[in-house]
Design a protein around this ligand. Structure first.
Ligand code: NOJ
Length: 535
């Protein structure tokens, strides 16, 4: 095997990134909503955890119909989160600790209160009319059959001008018209504004939605059933790749910046489509495909999904891995059965932190935060309000970060915007810091190992046991450094034979002692064991 020159360390590629939902992380001023100063006060916690970057869900000025994913000014910080000075302070202090800051960036839509949309609404002749997608209706109503992701038609009638505008989400989130060069130029200026301020990159919200069919053709249906629309003409249009490549060119004018995009597909978890946005090194640096999130708890299924995903990553692309986010359920509660949840969460975390690709941790995942039970009167998420009682919305994975056993779990001195989880008295950072077997210390240890082993950061991924009998084992190899990871997805003891490697020295294990040596030829694996060896 040819000797690989190690790449210089690239923070977004070789580091670990932590996703913060700012409303819920830490409140500094007692208004019950998390804010930027709150995040600053917890930077030491993040530094001790060992993360190299944070991604903040949006903190721009917003009417908060969709809690910041409806932006009314891309150059302002919403007062609920603080000021521009707070944001700059966050960047400075985070950088001082070696932590980069990724901002969300929402290209698909703005708020209906954004001045661009107010102008666009004003008249058909307004110069900004075509910055959004306007269309005459047909005889029976909206221009075509396009549906939103939140239920109902994607078209809203504007009584004044008699035309419809397109919105992929709520009607308060009109879609921008990326076929209009004037809009793309204006938007890129907003992006540049943040690059100049010093953000280290962007997470691109539903970036595969941004271009719609030029001919406004009707979408077909899955199985001919109108509720299941196949978004052929509303997502992944070829031009969306082109726009991402233009954005990449802009970002590349600055040092060490990153773009990572959310690629939401139906059914979810389409690695092939996600990887297409990497454009072999000239598109996004990474794409969330969510494939692991939608997998059943089975070593075999996880293996297939991981292996499949890697096949699509182009030579100059890079994978990223994620277990949960602010739109989905808490990962620990997706694992089946009520027992052994923490053990399963540790197996999943070990996978996240040893696979090839950048790990993204969703706040609270590192202490095993659970889905909250949200009562109707407490629902904040517009999706929950709309679909109750069939779907209670996304609030259950957005409850306050559980810091300690004090009032409101240390999150706020006021009334939290969402109730604190019932288990916060027990399950919190302060308690877990004291417990050497806690999931928090498990994350810390594995992040440390990730940081100190080039094979885990840059190495090839070589599957050794492809999920048979509930075991997933693989090696990460970079020149002489070989790390072997063995994970038991089951609650039963198993025996393994690894022909490729003779023995390994324990770097980290849930069941074995540090630096003990084991032969891989006939090794008993304990229930839900996680072991990482140097081989
Ligand atoms: C995806 C975001 O993650 C979600 O929270 C938001 O509601 C939609 N995009 C619309 O921006």
């Amino acid at each position: 095997m040819e000797h690989q020159q190690p790449e210089p360390w690239i923070w977004w590629k070789h580091g670990v990134i932590y996703h913060i939902y700012p409303r819920s992380f830490m409140d500094s001023n007692g208004d019950g909503v998390g804010d930027i100063q709150g995040i600053i006060s917890k930077l030491n916690y993040l530094s001790d955890l060992g993360v190299d970057g944070i991604w903040l869900s949006p903190v721009f000025l917003s009417p908060m119909v969709d809690f910041g994913y409806d932006v009314s000014d891309y150059r302002e910080i919403d007062p609920v989160y603080g000021t521009m000075d707070d944001f700059k302070m966050l960047i400075d202090k985070a950088h001082g600790l070696g932590i980069r800051v990724i901002s969300d960036m929402i290209l698909n839509h703005t708020s209906d209160q954004h001045p661009w949309f107010l102008e666009s609404m004003a008249s058909k002749e307004n110069p900004k009319r075509n910055w959004y997608i306007w269309k005459d209706g047909n005889k029976s109503g909206p221009p075509n059959n396009w549906k939103t992701t939140v239920g109902g038609s994607a078209w809203e009638l504007d009584e004044t001008t008699g035309q419809y505008y397109c919105h992929s989400f709520f009607k308060e989130q009109p879609d921008l018209n990326w076929r209009n060069p004037a809009l793309s130029e204006a938007f890129f200026t907003e992006v540049k504004f943040w690059l100049d301020i010093g953000v280290d990159g962007f997470r691109l919200d539903v970036i595969n939605f941004i271009v719609k069919d030029k001919k406004f053709r009707n979408n077909p249906y899955f199985f001919g059933i109108p509720v299941f629309q196949r978004h052929i003409f509303t997502r992944n249009r070829p031009k969306s790749h082109k726009i991402v490549r233009e954005l990449r060119k802009l970002v590349d004018q600055y040092d060490n910046r990153v773009i990572v995009g959310e690629i939401y597909t139906l059914p979810p978890g389409n690695s092939k489509i996600a990887a297409s946005y990497l454009s072999n090194g000239s598109g996004m640096h990474m794409a969330f495909d969510f494939s692991l999130i939608f997998r059943h708890w089975s070593a075999r299924k996880y293996y297939e999904c991981i292996n499949d995903g890697y096949r699509y990553i182009p030579e100059k692309g890079w994978p990223c891995n994620v277990l949960s986010n602010h739109d989905l359920f808490r990962s620990i509660d997706r694992f089946p059965w009520r027992h052994n949840k923490v053990e399963k969460a540790k197996v999943a975390a070990a996978l996240l932190l040893t696979l090839k690709g950048t790990p993204f941790i969703y706040y609270g995942e590192e202490i095993g935060m659970r889905n909250a039970k949200i009562k109707y009167r407490d629902i904040q998420d517009p999706l929950g309000k709309r679909f109750w009682p069939f779907f209670s919305g996304r609030d259950k994975a957005r409850t306050p970060m559980q810091w300690n056993s004090g009032k409101n779990t240390g999150f706020t001195a006021g009334n939290p915007w969402l109730p604190v989880n019932a288990d916060a008295l027990k399950r919190n950072v302060e308690n877990q810091e004291k417990d050497k077997n806690s999931i928090l210390n498990f994350y810390r240890m594995l992040i440390k190992i990730h940081k100190s082993h080039i094979a885990l950061q840059q190495g090839r991924w070589v599957p050794l046991i492809a999920g048979q009998h509930g075991i997933l084992a693989f090696a990460r190899i970079h020149n002489e450094e070989r790390i072997v990871v063995v994970l038991n997805f089951t609650g039963r003891k198993k025996r393994i034979f690894l022909a490729e490697h003779n023995f390994g020295c324990v770097l980290f294990s849930t069941h074995r002692k540090y630096e003990e040596i084991f032969y891989f030829q006939n090794l008993w694996i304990f229930p839900f064991e996680v072991s990482v060896y140097k081989a």
